[in-house]
Design a protein around this ligand. Structure first.
Ligand code: PLP
Length: 377
């Protein structure tokens, strides 16, 4: 079904996420489901199986657990369940989401160390090696894959190689990349990968999930610092009771997610979706450069998910004015989050295609009210 036929969305969300979903995903929510009936639980089991298949070819080594709440709840449930009381977590942080992992761990009373990296430069892998070499107390290492703050794609292959050389457990927040960037968690030696319903799988918000390496996760019974976010208990219940969630689950969201997974497959799987996102990002970035709006990251660090741009070089640029002009034309964009720079962000995940990006670029050109006053570079 074509976007907007049913819902008549007044604008396209270029904010990952929630993001723009297809009407068929939204329509899947038009039915009420019983949470303990087989029909519903079979849908949950199908989702769990598909998620593992999307994550790896080594499906026997991994299992998927779903968790109520936004993506952060799933991050918190992983951190709070997999790091033991006497464990120590090293977080490589280069943006808001990396810092959030640190905050979660510290709030839970977990012994935590941080490699604080620049938001706009590649992380220094040497620091990781030195830290692991010198601190044998560190048991777990966590990193964000696509740092949605800037749009930077962190080099998880290289990080994994170091983490596993020192034999530590590896946790990846792949919230905004899972389903939109090709990877195999077994090849990458990832023990826990986390994402949510409303990012690259293109569902609606309401739950997150972790894909766990089973032999590692089996060690995590009674670790949890929270009842509702006890990922191990949630997993055991889903395993032993055919996909049952311990507490009320977001039934409509789950149904929509099953539809979103079907549409991912129909599109051609992650490979095809990833190339759609990559193309969206390239068309956007090239078009913006022509309008003299520059991305903040060099191309080699840029993810296909979301792009941060410097404000145009003009005194008269005002993000709020720009935002509202674009919203009137049918596009909602994101403010920036980089601490030291004036930036805004445009996401290109969701039911967003090249034509949408081209229309957006036209709208931006028409909204470039500051161009008359652009100062000479
Ligand atoms: C979206 C996102 C999250 C989770 O955010 P919520 O608002 O809790 O859904 C976590 N990490 C990254 C990298 C994200 O992009």
């Amino acid at each position: 079904m074509k976007q907007n036929d049913f819902t008549n969305n007044p604008y396209l969300l270029l904010t990952p996420g929630p993001l723009t979903t297809t009407d068929t995903v939204k329509l899947a929510m038009m039915k009420d489901w019983c949470t303990w009936d087989d029909d519903y639980n079979n849908i949950v089991q199908g989702i769990r199986k598909s998620l593992v298949q999307l994550a790896t070819k080594s499906v026997d080594q991994y299992s998927a657990v779903l968790m109520q709440g936004s993506g952060t709840f799933s991050v918190e449930s992983v951190i709070g369940t997999v790091v033991p009381r006497d464990g120590k977590l090293l977080v490589i942080a280069n943006g808001v989401y990396g810092s959030r992992i640190v905050k979660i761990a510290k709030t839970l009373g977990i012994n935590t160390v941080v490699i604080d990296s620049s938001e706009v430069e590649a992380i220094d892998l040497n620091r990781l090696t030195v830290q692991l070499e010198n601190d044998s107390e560190i048991t777990h290492v966590a990193i964000v894959h696509c740092e949605t703050t800037t749009g930077m794609l962190n080099p998880i292959e290289k990080v994994s190689e170091i983490v596993k050389r020192y034999n530590r457990v590896f946790i990846v927040d792949a919230m905004s990349s899972f389903g939109g960037v090709e990877l195999d968690i077994a090849d990458l030696n990832i023990d826990y990968i986390i994402s949510s319903a409303n990012k690259c799988i293109e569902g609606v918000p309401g739950f997150g999930f972790a894909i766990v390496k089973k032999d590692e996760f089996e060690k995590c019974k009674d670790n949890a610092r929270s009842v509702s976010l006890d990922l191990y208990d949630q997993w055991k219940t889903m395993e032993e009771q055919n996909g049952k969630w311990r507490f009320t689950s977001p039934t409509h969201v789950v149904r929509a997610f099953a539809q979103a997974l079907k549409e991912l497959e129909e599109e051609g799987g992650i490979k095809v979706r990833a190339s759609r996102y990559k193309n969206n990002q390239k068309v956007l970035s090239d078009g913006m450069k022509k309008l003299q709006i520059q991305p903040i990251l060099p191309e080699e660090l840029q993810s296909p998910i979301i792009t941060s741009f410097y404000y145009p070089n003009s005194e008269s640029f005002d993000f709020k004015v720009f935002y509202h002009k674009l919203k009137e034309k049918g596009f909602v964009i994101y403010p920036g989050k980089v601490s030291a720079l004036d930036t805004f962000r445009i996401g290109n995940i969701g039911d967003v295609h090249q034509k949408d990006i081209e229309d957006l670029l036209k709208a931006i050109e028409q909204s470039s009210y500051w161009l008359d006053t652009v100062s000479e570079k």
